[in-house]
Design a protein around this ligand. Sequence first.
Ligand SMILES: *Cc1c(COP(=O)(O)O)cnc(C)c1O
Length: 451
Amino acid sequence: MSENKIMLSENELPKAWYNIQADMPNLPKPALNSATRQLAGPEDLSPIFPMGLIEQEVTSERWVEIPEEVLEIYRLWRPAPLCRARRLEKALDTPAKIFYKYEGVSPAGSHKLNTAVPQAYYNQKEGIKRLATETGAGQWGVALSQACNFFDLECMVYMVKVSYLQKPYRRTQMQIFGSDVIASPSEQTDSGRKILQEDPDSLGSLGIAISEAVEDAAGRDDTNYALGSVLNHVILHQTVIGLEAKEQMAKVDEYPDVVIACCGGGSNFSGIAFPFAYDIIVKGAKVNLLAVEPTACPTLTRGHLGYDYGDVAGFTPLLWMYTLGKDFMPPGIHAGGLRYHGESPLVSQLVHDGIVKARAYRQTDIFKSAEIFARCEGIVPAPESSHAIHGAIEEAVAAKEAGEARTILFNLSGHGLLDLPSYETYIDGKLIDYPLSEDSLKNSIEKLPKV
Ligand SMILES: *Cc1c(COP(=O)(O)O)cnc(C)c1O
């Protein structure tokens, strides 16, 4: 019997990130300056991003070398384990093999540190002293706080109010690493004040918090902005997940039939899936790539592919992506990291081209699957990651019904030990679903910028 945990040694850590822009059959349409509607150039991004990251945003090089300073910090927790969920397989009585890549072993508790570290590194290298950012569920704020601490940068975090209230310990976790944390919408920025005037009880959204952080960064020379998902450079950094997973599967002579991850802005999904997308595009491999999202924020399954702003105030360049409209206010579901109106342009294009498939699940269902997984494997998963677990369980059950072997790989993007208030709601039977009417989606999508 092969092992439960497939490990790599530290010197087997990937030395380069994989850039899918080198291989995509069709690139997404380029970002546009939001005022002129002309192609967004480096000068549109340089007020808030360092050149090192702007170059990665547009490069067509297939491999981008990981700096030694970044590898040194990656080695604190990477390579991350690949695990075989044997007890889950048994509980489901399925012929399928279920593997998961566990990103919850990072000091931040999620995959987000994979990009926070290089982002802090390139900013510090170019003389920046302070980063401003937003955070939804808090995982990104925690990851960036840790990375800023490693590279001696100050960190200002605008935290979406619903999560600030639901997940108070995340704020403490950020403060341990020296960050300033404020609930968004806040009185600190013009964009925050404007929202509060219209709706003093606003629960906030990632789109609003991004506006606040971008406004903060654009207003100060010593400050840049950092985004935890969506952009090409973020997705590039996350490919360490899939590159490791592929090596680990190969060690036990396995290759997945399906690769599954949850999808908020698309970074952990891309991270595990893009190295396999390479096999599909370049080598003609047959593997299904499945992105899973909440029915309450169904960007890929019910959104519109077109240009939209990344934030509510409309400060960011226009991105070509699946979107529910920047003013779409997702209900306060417990997977805070999946409450974003847009999606990575790279993932959007691959969905459009049929290389990636998408599915949406209800939060009442994903918490049931989270519980089954926790009882079998002993790990309390993040509510976001539980979407991937639910997808994996569905695939395993389908394999059983079809009476066929199937190898399933999913990304367990983080642990849920700071999401216990959400689990409490589930255990108390108070968890509800939020169906979205076609009309409310239509309303929001009709307001998309006309380009
Ligand atoms: C932020 C987060 C997500 C969603 O973000 P993506 O960019 O779509 O990966 C998923 N899982 C966890 C644990 C997160 O922290």
